[in-house]
Design a protein around this ligand. Sequence first.
Ligand SMILES: Cc1cc2nc3c(=O)[nH]c(=O)nc-3n(C[C@H](O)[C@H](O)[C@H](O)COP(=O)(O)OP(=O)(O)OC[C@H]3O[C@@H](n4cnc5c(N)ncnc54)[C@H](O)[C@@H]3O)c2cc1C
Length: 495
Amino acid sequence: MADVQTLPPTTVTDLRHQVSGPVFVRGDAELADEVACFNTNGGVHDPAIVVGAANPDDVSAAVRFAAEHGLPVRVQATGHGPGPRAKNGMIVSTERLTTVQLDPTARRVTLGAGCQWHRIVTAAAPFGLAPITGSSVTVGAVGHTMGGGIGPLIRSHGFSSDWARGFRLVTANGQILTVDARTHPDLFWALRGGKGGFGIVTEMTLELPHIPVLYAGRLVFEGAANIEAALRAWVSWLPSAADDVSTSVALAPAHGPDAAGGQRLHLRFVYPGPAADGARLVAPLRGAAPTVQDTVREMPLAEVHSIHGDPVDPLPLQSFCTELTGIDQDFASAFLARVGPRTEAPFAESEIRHLGGVAAQDVVDPGAVGGRGGALMLRLVIEDPTVAPRASEIAAGLFADAGARKFSTTNVNFAGSMSKRPAFERSWPEPMRRQLAEVRAAYDPDGLFPFGPAPVQDAPPQAAVPPVPEAPTIRPRRIFDVRRWFGRHTGQPLR
Ligand SMILES: Cc1cc2nc3c(=O)[nH]c(=O)nc-3n(C[C@H](O)[C@H](O)[C@H](O)COP(=O)(O)OP(=O)(O)OC[C@H]3O[C@@H](n4cnc5c(N)ncnc54)[C@H](O)[C@@H]3O)c2cc1C
């Protein structure tokens, strides 16, 4: 593959004339900011050239340029993904593609590839409509949906990708395709869960369910005895959970002025319906143990992100994740013993999300979502890379405790970097992975859009150890002030 420094500068100047957005090459001061990531754990991107696409034609021109000059192409919206980060080639940055065209009558929205979920939540809420988001509204809607997307409404409304109705995609030859169930059904299937390696999405159309109100929030428990009682009550309650109720639990260090230190258990409850029904459904969990906080109430969709309270500032995040086929009190004991309040476990969050419900039922056109059949998702998150070795050991122990209840696949949005073979291979069942490879080969025969681990090669001859390069400075991306947005839309401080 060529490096852009070997190209005559006039060639880059030609590209600059063809596109409306900025073009930066390695050495330009602005390049680092353009490709800064929300998740700083994966390192920094170091591409040869970056195109900040201002419209779909810019994406097409960038891809044609890259194809002509043999540059691999990656795409970035927000940098929430775990990597891999580019070390060569081109990055197309989509953050300027933020159009939102809402048709409330048809209950559809067509959004630009740079849209974070909050833009769609805000546009749809006045009509009682809601996109099926993830837990964080600063994640990019397209990147999230291309992995399937597991959010706070997973059991009542399924994966985010179950609501995708079409895409516009720039393929490896620079062509802009309309992709939907009729025009390119193979691609339409692949883009709903297959994650990457097909081209660059410039637009996505979603159907929006009518969800005028949620009965949702968090029950927060403190103190080892209360945490254990609440966790065990939740585990016992799970088999009776209604299909339209989504819950999860998360152990996290207590923060804030009223926190007594140690850990708290956050039990999140989400019911897309009126308070009277919701209060009845949450009652057994509310009574599990005394709470230090109970935010479960009728809330507008604009507050959906407050349910999980995901980080809004850039962080070096790493998660250890597996799906499970079930859970019982023995596993609750293992969870408490490995990561509970009486341990020194280094996790910023130890979470179990309840999956299933409609997400696991016979979806008519399910797309290429891996991990659909899992009953629960177990995820341990660190925010400090120095604790990674210890965290990895604890995670391995807990996954081993799950034994035969470890599900064979883990959804790609939580599986880790796709450059790592184990993460890639457990993201889809083998036949689905093979079918996805066929779609990639059909639309990107020369592998312009790298995706997945590098092919296995014979071991190279032993070479002298190269000098360790100086670590590049990581510039995090603070992309959106969720606190200001929340205040503007609800008139309340973010809790
Ligand atoms: C704080 C946090 C909370 C999260 N919560 C959830 C959650 O609740 N549920 C869930 O399912 N996931 C969740 N995720 C994972 C998240 O959905 C994925 O990492 C997702 O890929 C992020 O997309 P992005 O565009 O924001 O990130 P980026 O890093 O910009 O993109 C990630 C990848 O998405 C693909 N991509 C993005 N845009 C395009 C495009 N236009 N065309 C083609 N490919 C594209 C590319 O493969 C790219 O490498 C969370 C991640 C974080 C850090």
